[in-house]
Design a protein around this ligand. Sequence first.
Ligand code: CA
Ligand code: CA
Ligand code: CA
Length: 243
Amino acid sequence: MKYAFLSFALLPGLAATAAAQTYGFETDLSGWTTGGNVAIEDASTFGPTATEGSSYVVLDTGDRTVDMDFGATPTPNPTGVTAADLGLGLDKSTLDAAFSIDSYDLSYLSRTFTVNAGDTITFDWKFLTNEFPDAFNEFNDTAFFATSFGDLGALAQVNSASYMDFPSAIVSYESDWMSGSITATSSGSMTLLFGVVDDGGNEVASMLAVDNLTITAVPEPSTYAALAGLGVLGLVVLRRRRQ
Ligand SMILES: [Ca+2]
Ligand SMILES: [Ca+2]
Ligand SMILES: [Ca+2]
C-alpha cells in the first residue's frame, strides 16, 4: 500500500502541468481586439443561455437592436475587410475566394496568445441569422475563424446551415451551441480571430456567438516521464496486491 499512496500524491502535480486557461466573455472584452459590432450578451438581453458562466460574446453583421439592417448600416461596420483590420494577411479578396462570397459588414474579434505546438484551443459557437438557411440562398453570410499559423475555416454558412432551428429567440434562425477545436501547429505567438460577414450586400444580419474559449497545454515532456513512472508504480502496486 505504500506504493499506492505515492502514486496518488503525484496526481495533483500532473493536473497542474496540463492546466487550461478559459476565456468566458463574462464582463468585458479587455485584452481582445474588435471591429464592427461586437458585444457581451447574456440570456436576459439576447436569448441563448451561455455555455460558461452567464455571458458570451456576439459578433453581428448588423445592429442587433435593428437587425434587419436594409440599406445603410446602422453602426459603422467595415464594409470591406482589409489586411490592416485583421493583421493575418487576410483581406476581402482572401475571404471572398476562400468562402465563395462577396463579403460585406465584417465584425471580428481577435486575441494573441502564447502557445506551444500541440496545445488545443476549444470553443463553443452558435450561428444566428435572419437569412433563410437554404442551399439556394444567394446571400451566403459566413462565420469563420482564422489564425496567424495559416488556419482559415468556415464555422457556418447560410447555404449549408441546414441544422438551424426556427424560430430563434433573437432572430429568425439559430443553431445549437457547437464545439470547435484548433490545434496549434507551431510554438510562439498565435493570433486567433473570429469573424462574421454578410454576403452579396450588407442586408439581413447574421451573428456569431462564442463562449468558453479554452486553451489546454500539451503535456510537457517531463509529464510523459512522470506518467511513465506512474505506470511503473501501478504495475508494482498490482503485483504487490496479488502477492
Ligand atoms: Ca461565458
Ligand atoms: Ca449588415
Ligand atoms: Ca446578410
